[in-house]
Design a protein around this ligand. Structure first.
Ligand SMILES: [Zn+2]
Length: 285
């Protein structure tokens, strides 16, 4: 069941759960995530970063659409961290149902201007838009971000949503992209989340959800986050298993190598789906 993010997250917002946005960059990962979501009867967001899109090619999005059309669970194909108006338009042409425009490192007025432009184009063809305010820390260099986290200002969040017309907002409350090094201890500012929630009705998004403590993530869901991005955690499980599998030097067929990796990745996906209280929630759509 293919839909856009506005439709998908409205139900999550009303029923107080979060939908996992899993980043995928090949077909077996995508298929594994769809299987895990179907087994848990959970809505899902298929997130694809521009670097991932150039790896899989625009054409594969048609295959992803076809697979989702056959699925009983609601799903969104979402461009993660679109970096420019052109990248967003390319994604819409390729068949995405939702796009993120991330101009959070630009000055505030510039962030508003580019979001307005994207919203006008995307909404014209029923594609939803995610914007970002504040900076999410960055540990690996594949995504945008800063070394220090700038927390989202609640009043600015309200103003930003009103001026841009975006459908959901990525907020900075203390997460970082990637898996944290041992000396870095992430701590979520639930008090900042509460302040934002008081003045904003649009669904809120948490990026950099890999390797935060489960108890903190659970708390963020209880306090109103409706979408949580997971990338590193599922990929780490997939490739850890692949390294083991490839110890057998005689193996060369992807259909022998990839299934155990998908199974290991699915274990992580099940755990996230449950942690976000998304299991069984496909029934609400
Ligand atoms: Zn992100």
């Amino acid at each position: 069941m293919l839909m856009n993010m506005k439709e998908l997250l409205a139900v999550a917002n009303e029923n107080n759960f979060a939908v996992p946005a899993f980043n995928i960059s090949d077909y077996s990962m995508f298929n594994g995530i769809m299987e895990a979501s179907e087994e848990k009867n959970a809505p899902v967001i298929i997130a694809i970063h521009p670097d991932e899109l150039s790896h899989i090619s625009d054409e594969m999005v048609q295959g992803i659409r076809a697979r989702i059309h056959k699925s009983p669970v609601p799903a969104v194909i979402h461009l993660d961290h679109g970096g420019s108006f052109a990248q967003v338009i390319e994604a819409i042409q390729a068949g995405f149902t939702s796009v993120m425009i991330d101009a959070s490192t630009k000055p505030y007025e510039e962030n508003i201007a580019v979001c307005q432009k994207v919203v006008e184009a995307a909404h014209a063809v029923n594609v939803s838009v995610e914007g970002e305010l504040g900076t999410i820390g960055n540990i690996d260099s594949t995504e945008t971000g800063a070394n220090d986290i700038l927390y989202t200002d609640p009043q600015q969040a309200k103003d930003f949503i009103e001026k841009t017309g975006i459908d959901c907002l990525a907020i900075a409350i203390g997460t970082s992209h990637g898996i944290y090094p041992k000396d870095k201890k992430p701590e979520l500012r639930i008090d900042v989340l509460d302040e934002i929630k008081k003045v904003v009705t649009a669904p809120l998004v948490l990026h950099g959800g890999s390797s935060n403590k489960d108890s903190e993530i659970a708390k963020s869901v209880e306090h109103g986050v409706n979408k949580i991005n997971i990338s590193s955690d599922i990929k780490a499980a997939y490739y850890k298993k692949m390294r083991e599998v490839l110890q057998d030097e005689g193996l060369r067929e992807p259909n022998q190598i990839q299934p155990p990796c998908m199974a290991a990745m699915k274990e992580v996906a099940y755990q996230k789906i449950e942690l976000f209280q998304a299991d069984g929630k496909a029934a609400l759509y």
